[in-house]
Each structure stands twice: as structure tokens, then as C-alpha cells.
Design a protein around this ligand. Structure first.
Ligand SMILES: *Cc1c(COP(=O)(O)O)cnc(C)c1O
Length: 855
């Protein structure tokens, strides 16, 4: 092959249009309708053709069009306004949060994620996890949070979906040209693109660093497509979730270890690492290695420091969603690394094992992340509970309630997901919902939107959706080489007036996209009830290796092609954020029927909710905490039952769903009053906006992370590193001392004053002798663990009440006293326990040390 020298040739914009580059290179446009409109008006067809990629749009603009725009005063005025609002946005630094812990630096948090869904033109996401990460960055930007993102830049992204004529999913992987995307190379001191390398079993995997500007947040993305890498290594950032197990390990080494190296190379030293899913847990190891090698800390001190300033969010109760690597594979890549940490390989492996002694157990990234962060959370209340049960083996001494995994419920970035027309309505009636979406008062104003206006806006969005679907369908058919006559059918599908139900998400089996197909006859009858029309729009991708998911897609499409379904059931190919956004804006009802409790949270329903779309969903994920039993906010399929027999469950729940559709949803939608308005429906739309709007958004979510995770972790970090890591070393010593003595701790001689029956709300005084084996009373917390107990003496609920040290009895023994109040009549039980206590320990349960009394 000839050696070529390649240049990128870009059009020269005249000075008056140069501001377009500023707008194009900041992904802020993806949540700013004015800027999106500017790009769309430049050339609507080109904007669509290049997947709403503003950089590509500008690069492909004809000289004639450029000259036209340069003479268009109206356009120039809009451009100047947009540029000014971008500058204003970037300058606005007042923030609801101050980071008092940060004296001399403004970088607090580095957020690590294997995928990001920010805009259609940066396709480095596969589904909810990525979109959530994107929304997290957007809210962090709006809230002026000192946060940077770290991820991988996939040349081919996730796959694009298309179908064979018989409805079998096919994947294609178009490549991306990063020069044509809103990305800039990060440069090193001498002006070359910054590179970092990580060791992979004796070889070097190198990556260059790109930066995407997400409002005020910088997102750094690593790309291994470099000539110095072997062919295999160049594939590391080829496809998201593309390769086998070893490839996944390489990706995760690059993200975690390479990510920390990239930050260091740029002079960015975050205080807190937020691991979005276990994929990035190696970042914790790398931090430990750096603290050891650069600052001379012991493994223990470096680990205390790292864990005290790391935050971990787990995202899935589905076992396959938690990466596990076999010991032989880990040995190939981590034996040397373990040596650098001063650990025997076996001890190293224990960091990723639920049972550290089980040498057959694979190395689990979730377990590593749990062990390397002192703040861990699930993504909804229910998922928090499920996660505590799921990972209890990591803390074998803790009762399940005390497994240190909390929950912060996910949210969506309102300004990204609210339809433009709806946004105009909200601007008029709600006030500043974009900047303050978690303010109750703002969403209470939903009641003041006139019914007719809200309904007309909603209907317009439904009409647009129908139009969008027809166009997509037409294209789908033409791409398959359908005949002209068949293509015309696309123009006839769906009815812009009919009740429209949307279902779009990844086609993971537990999400049960086929629940409605459990009773096809009933479905077809429903679709052909000429009095009350109802129609369904489906979209979603199955993972390339998921044949079950592909079968569901095929079955759905076969139904969509039947003569008696064709007009009112549609499957849209190639689900992405564009389709998601159209669907959540234009449907009347959002259908979600995962098999509880496998949906960790689910966010597409929130996107629908914020547009006034009502939910019908099983009580799983966020809907389990959002649903109200009087149905004023939407409907629930079932009551949150969990079944042993999955196919029985599917049968029962599909019938329940049909009942709700036939008996509740359809009648209510078609119950029209004056002006053809469905008053009850509108009431529900407004109630949902009022009650759920301020809660299920990403600003509320990010603020919770700040309050409960980032700020305490920052404070810990600052205290631990002060005076040459004095407190980190002390904390490690303290923990060692605790661990060596813990086995000798004892509780003895427990006395209560009461022997006979006790009365409700009458205090029970408890005294005990506690042996601390030389530990000080300030090193521990002694507490009464009490509550109602069942006939077989198991706590049905429990509370804890601290006891106080009363007297030093000598020889390491202390007298403790406390009192508890039984709240209700019935069997009541208690026991005592000792927990570690340290001012820098965020959660007393995190160390997994508990000493129970032998009562
Ligand atoms: C929001 C979103 C998801 C997540 O939807 P769930 O309901 O959580 O499954 C997946 N894909 C895209 C493109 C989205 O926008």
C-alpha cells in the first residue's frame, strides 16, 4: 500500500459564522432547543442525514449555503444570541453546592463509565446505563459540579440494528470518523495528542485521549486505534460490549487503570472517584498503586484512602450483568500487578471474591468495587434492597439490613427529554423548570396549565410521532427492497387520534417485550375493536449474542405484518436516543413490564412522565416507589408479587395487563367531555407532573450524590491526605488494631431490670459488661439490636439503640447501659452487638466487623 499523508480539509467559515464552531463543539446543544434549531435550519436534510452531528454538518456545508448564511441577518442575529447564551451558561458559576472541603483546587469528582449516551451524534452507549451517565454529566454541568467524566471512544460504537425480511435481527457496525465529531484531541506539552499506555501481560496497550465538552463538564475518552498497537489491541475500543471475556477485561483495564493514568497525565487529581457500574473498578486498584509507589503508603493506608474517597453505583440484579473473570485469566494480567501492590496473588484475588477463601471463585468486578468504596448504592429503593440481599456474602457478619449498600434513585435530565412544544408550555406556566427541575413549587404549577392547551400540545406530539413512525417505516421498507405498493402501506399505519402505547428498551429477556403476545387472540381483538382504537409502537435491540431476545423481536415483527395488526402495531428498527425521544414525547401510555425485581430502576418511563405520558408498569424499579394505589399517577400491573414459576407469572401478568387496558385505560382515554377533552386523563397527567416531576430527575439524583456521597468523601479525602497522609496511615493502623483484637471482644452478664411482662412504651433498662481487649470505648459503638420477633424468634423488624459506657471495670472490661422502648404489644426481642467506630468511617458497617452477644 502507498504511504499517504492525510489532511482533514474543513470549510472555512467567514468570521461572522465562526461562532458556529463553538456551538458545534459543545454538546450543550443536545439540551438546548435554540441551538439545535439553528443547526436544523442551516440544512434540515443534511442535519438528519448526518445524525444530528453539528461538526459533520458544518464540514459538509456547501460554499453556496455558507455564503447565504453569512448574508442572512436574521440568522446572524440568532447565532449571536445563541453564542451569548452559551457564554453566559459557561460563566454562570453560582451553584447550589459549595465544596467547602476544597481549598486550593476545583476538581472534585471523576466519574467513570464504560458508556455514555449524550447525543445521537456520539454513539458510545447501548442503553439505559449510558444514557443515565450522559444525564448525570448534564446535570453536573448545570449544577456547576466540579466533575469530569472518563470513558472509552468506540470507533464502531454499539451495533446498528436492521432486519432480514423474516424479522431476524442483524447487526452492522459503521465506523466513525472522530475528526468529524464534536471531539477534540487532548494535547500534551509539545502539542501532540496525549497518549497513555497500560501494561497487558507484558505488552503495552496505548490509547490517545479525546475530549468532549458536555456543557461545563469535560468528558475524556480513550481510543486505542493507534499504529503502535497490535491489531488486537486496536480493537479494544472498536465496539461497546463487542468482544469476548478477554476483550472485556482489556477494556476494563483500559477504562480503570488507563483512565486514572490519563487524568494524572493531564494534571487532574480528583478527590473522589465515582464508579458507574463495576466495569471501572480497576481504577481503585490503580489509585492504591499510585499512593503506594508515589507517596510511600502501605497497601493498607492506600486502600483506606482510596475506599474512603470512592463511590460505587451498582446497576443490575441480573447475574450476567456483573462481570466475572476466571482465575487463570486474571493471573495472566494481574500477577505482576498484585506484586506491585505487595500482595500474594491469592490475596489479590480475594478482593474480587464474595468468599475470599474460595479459590475456585471467579474475580467479580462488582465485589472489587464494593470492597474498594465506602459508599455503595443501588439505583432505586427496591434495587437497594435487592442488592443488599444479592451481595450479603461480601459482609458475612452483617444482617441483610446492615449490608452497606444504600440507594439513590436514578433520574433523567429534564431539559434533554422534554419535547420542544411541551417545553414552551412549561416555560409559560411552570417557571424555571430547566434550572430547578427538582423544585416542588415549580411542578405544582402544572395544575395551572389550561386543559385544552396541555391536551392540544400532547396531541400535536402524538401526531408528530405518527408522522415520524411512517417516515421511518417507509425507509425501513425501502431499504429492504420492498415494492412501491408495499411502501405506500407505511403511509397508512397508525392513527394520529388513537390511544398510542409505547414500548422501547433493550430486549433483555427479563423486560418481557412479548408479554402482550402471551394472548395473541386477545391482543388482536383489542386492536380491532373499532369503537376504541388503540395502537402499539415497539422498538429495541437485543444483544448480538442473545438469541432469545432476537426471537422475541422476530415474533413481534411477524405480528406487526399480519393484516389484522399491520395498521396498529409497528416495530421501529435501530432503537437509539432519537427514537427514544420521539416515543417518550408522543405516546399516551408508556408500557413497562419487567419481571420484578430484575429492573434495577428503568428510566425511559421517567422520560415519558416528564412529557405527560402515563405509565402502566409492573411494580419494579422506580415505579415501585412512584406508583400510588389510587391510580392517580398511572397504573400498576399486579401488586409487586414475585413468582417461582416464570411462565405462570407471565400468564397472570399478561391477563392483568389486558384487563387494565380494556377496563381502565381505554375507557378513560376515550371518556371525552366538552371540547373533546379527556378530563380524567388530563388530571392524571397533571398529578404525575406535579408529584413525580420534581423527584425523578437527574438534578435531584446528582444533588443526592453530592450530599450523601461526594461531599462526605471529599471531606474524608482532605482529612486523610493532610500532613503527608497522616490520618490515612492512622486509619489503617486503627483498622489493623481492630482486626487483630476483634476476635477477643465479648459481651457478658447482660441484665435487664424487668423480668415479668413489660408494657408498651415502657422503657426496658439494659446493662452489660463489654470486653474491649484494650480497645478504647471511642473505637467502638455498642448497641441494642431490638424489635418485634416472630414465633420462631426471628426479628420481623429491627431497630438499634446506642448504649453508653458507664464505667471502666479494669482488665479491658467496661460497663455499658442503655434503654429501649417496645413500640407495640406482642413478642419483643433484643440482643447486643459491638460495631467499629471512627470519625472518618462513613458507614460503621462497611468494614464488616460485628461482634454479637451470646444471649
Ligand atoms: C432511556 C433509554 C434507555 C433506558 O430505558 P429503560 O426503560 O431503563 O430500559 C435505553 N435506551 C435508550 C436509547 C434510552 O434513551
Amino acid at each position: 500500500m502507498q504511504a499517504l499523508r492525510v489532511f482533514s480539509v474543513v470549510p472555512k467559515l467567514p468570521p461572522r459564522l465562526e461562532a458556529l464552531w463553538d456551538l458545534a463543539y459543545n454538546l450543550w446543544f443536545s439540551w438546548n432547543n435554540d441551538i439545535t434549531n439553528i443547526f436544523a435550519t442551516i440544512d434540515h436534510d443534511l442535519w438528519t442525514a448526518c445524525d444530528q452531528n453539528p461538526v459533520e454538518l458544518l464540514n459538509r456545508l456547501s460554499q453556496r449555503r455558507i455564503e447565504e448564511l453569512a448574508r442572512d441577518d436574521f440568522f446572524l442575529q440568532r447565532l449571536a444570541d445563541a453564542k451569548r447564551s452559551l457564554e453566559h451558561y459557561k460563566d454562570r458559576r453560582h451553584s447550589p453546592f459549595r465544596f467547602p472541603a476544597l481549598p486550593d483546587r476545583d476538581m472534585a469528582v471523576a466519574y467513570f463509565s464504560l458508556e455514555y449516551g449524550i447525543a445521537m451524534c456520539l454513539p458510545i452507549y447501548s442503553g439505559g446505563l449510558g444514557v443515565l451517565a450522559g444525564d448525570h454529566l448534564k446535570s453536573a454541568s448545570d449544577l456547576n459540579l466540579p466533575l469530569v467524566g472518563v470513558g472509552l471512544l468506540y470507533r464502531e460504537g454499539y451495533f446498528r440494528q436492521y432486519m432480514t425480511p423474516d424479522g431476524w435481527q442483524q447487526e452492522r457496525y459503521p465506523g466513525h470518523d472522530f475528526e468529524q465529531m464534536p471531539l477534540k484531541p487532548v494535547l500534551d506539552d509539545i502539542g501532540n495528542q496525549l497518549r497513555i499506555c497500560v501494561g497487558l501481560a507484558g505488552q503495552s496497550l496505548c490509547a490517545r485521549v479525546w475530549e468532549a465538552q458536555v456543557g461545563k463538564v469535560r468528558l475524556f475518552l480513550l481510543d486505542t486505534n493507534l499504529s503502535e498497537n497490535s491489531h488486537e489491541f486496536r480493537q479494544v475500543t472498536a465496539r461497546l460490549y463487542g468482544g469476548g471475556l478477554e476483550m472485556r477485561l482489556w477494556q476494563e483495564i483500559l477504562l480503570g487503570i488507563g483512565g486514572i493514568k490519563a487524568l494524572t497525565a493531564m494534571g487532574i487529581e480528583p478527590m473522589v472517584i465515582h464508579m458507574n457500574e463495576g466495569h471501572s473498578a480497576f481504577a481503585g486498584l490503580e489509585r492504591i498503586r499510585v499512593y503506594m509507589q508515589e507517596h510511600g503508603l502501605s497497601f493498607e493506608a492506600a486502600t483506606e484512602l482510596t475506599a474512603s474517597s470512592s463511590v460505587f453505583t451498582t446497576h443490575t440484579p441480573v447475574p450476567a450483568g456483573n462481570d466475572r473473570f476466571p482465575p487463570e485469566l486474571m493471573r495472566a494480567y494481574f500477577e505482576d500487578y498484585a506484586g506491585k501492590l505487595g500482595l500474594a496473588f491469592k490475596v489479590f484475588m480475594a478482593l474480587g471474591r464474595e468468599d475470599p477463601r474460595d479459590e475456585g471463585e471467579h474475580f467479580c468486578m462488582t465485589v472489587l468495587a464494593l470492597r474498594l468504596s465506602r459508599f455503595s448504592n443501588g439505583v432505586s429503593r427496591l434495587h437497594g434492597e435487592v442488592s443488599r440481599r444479592m451481595w450479603r456474602k461480601v459482609w458475612p457478619q452483617n444482617p441483610v439490613e446492615d449490608v452497606p449498600i444504600g440507594s439513590i434513585t436514578n433520574g433523567i435530565h429534564a431539559a434533554t427529554w422534554v419535547a420542544r412544544d411541551m417545553a414552551i408550555l412549561y416555560d409559560r406556566y411552570l417557571g424555571n423548570w430547566r434550572e430547578d427541575p427538582d423544585c416542588k413549587r415549580i411542578w405544582e404549577q402544572a395544575d395551572s396549565i389550561p386543559d385544552a392547551e396541555l391536551w392540544r400540545t400532547h396531541e400535536r406530539l402524538r401526531e408528530r410521532l405518527v408522522d415520524f413512525v411512517r417516515k421511518r417505516l417507509r425507509k425501513q421498507l425501502m431499504d429492504k427492497g420492498a415494492r412501491q405498493k408495499e411502501v405506500l402501506v407505511a403511509d397508512e399505519v397508525l392513527d394520529p387520534q388513537a390511544l398510542t402505547i409505547g414500548f422501547a428498551r433493550r430486549f433483555a429477556t427479563y423486560k418481557r417485550a412479548n408479554l402482550l403476545l402471551m394472548d395473541k387472540e386477545r391482543l388482536v381483538r383489542l386492536l380491532n375493536d373499532s369503537g376504541r382504537r388503540v395502537q402499539f409502537i415497539f422498538a429495541g435491540k437485543a444483544h448480538p449474542n442473545d438469541n432469545e431476545g432476537k426471537k422475541i423481536i422476530q415474533e413481534l415483527q411477524q405480528l406487526c405484518r399480519r393484516d389484522d395488526c399491520r395498521a396498529s402495531m409497528v416495530f421501529l428498527e435501530d432503537y437509539d436516543v432519537k427514537i427514544a425521544s420521539r416515543m417518550v414525547q408522543g405516546c399516551d401510555v408508556w408500557l413497562n413490564n419487567p419481571r420484578r425485581p430484575l429492573e434495577a430502576c428503568g428510566t425511559s418511563g421517567m422520560k415519558a412522565m416528564i412529557n405527560g405520558v402515563l405509565q402502566v408498569s409492573t411494580l419494579d424499579g422506580w415505579w415501585d416507589e412512584a406508583f400510588q394505589p389510587d391510580n392517580r399517577l398511572g397504573w400498576a400491573i399486579g401488586r409487586g408479587e414475585e413468582y417461582e414459576d416464570a411462565s405462570y407469572q407471565d400468564f397472570v401478568e399478561s391477563q392483568t395487563l389486558f384487563n387494565i387496558l380494556e377496563n381502565d385505560i381505554l375507557p378513560e382515554f376515550y371518556d371525552r367531555g366538552r371540547g373533546n377533552l379527556p378530563r380524567n386523563w388530563l388530571l392524571k397527567m397533571k398529578s404525575a407532573l406535579r408529584e413525580l416531576g420534581p423527584v425523578f430527575n437527574a438534578h435531584r439524583m446528582v444533588e443526592e450524590y453530592v450530599e450523601h456521597a461526594y461531599l462526605p468523601s471529599c471531606r474524608n479525602y482532605v482529612s486523610l491526605v493532610k500532613d503527608d497522609f497522616r490520618a490515612a496511615k492512622e486509619l489503617a493502623d486503627w483498622r489493623m488494631r481492630l482486626m487483630t483484637r476483634w476476635g477477643n471482644l465479648a459481651i457478658d452478664d447482660i441484665r435487664t431490670e424487668t423480668h415479668a411482662d413489660v408494657f408498651v412504651e415502657e422503657p426496658i433498662l439494659i446493662e452489660a459488661r463489654v470486653h474491649l481487649d484494650g480497645l478504647s470505648v471511642s473505637d467502638v459503638r455498642v448497641e441494642v439490636y431490638h424489635g418485634p420477633v416472630s414465633q420462631d424468634s426471628v426479628f420481623t423488624r429491627r431497630s438499634t439503640t446506642p448504649m453508653s459506657p458507664e464505667k471502666d471495670l479494669g482488665d479491658g472490661w467496661h460497663l455499658y447501659r442503655g434503654e429501649v422502648l417496645p413500640q407495640e404489644s406482642g413478642r419483643f426481642g433484643f440482643t447486643l452487638r459491638i460495631l467499629p467506630h471512627h470519625p472518618l468511617l462513613l458507614d460503621a458497617h462497611a468494614l464488616g466487623l460485628i461482634r454479637w452477644a451470646n444471649v
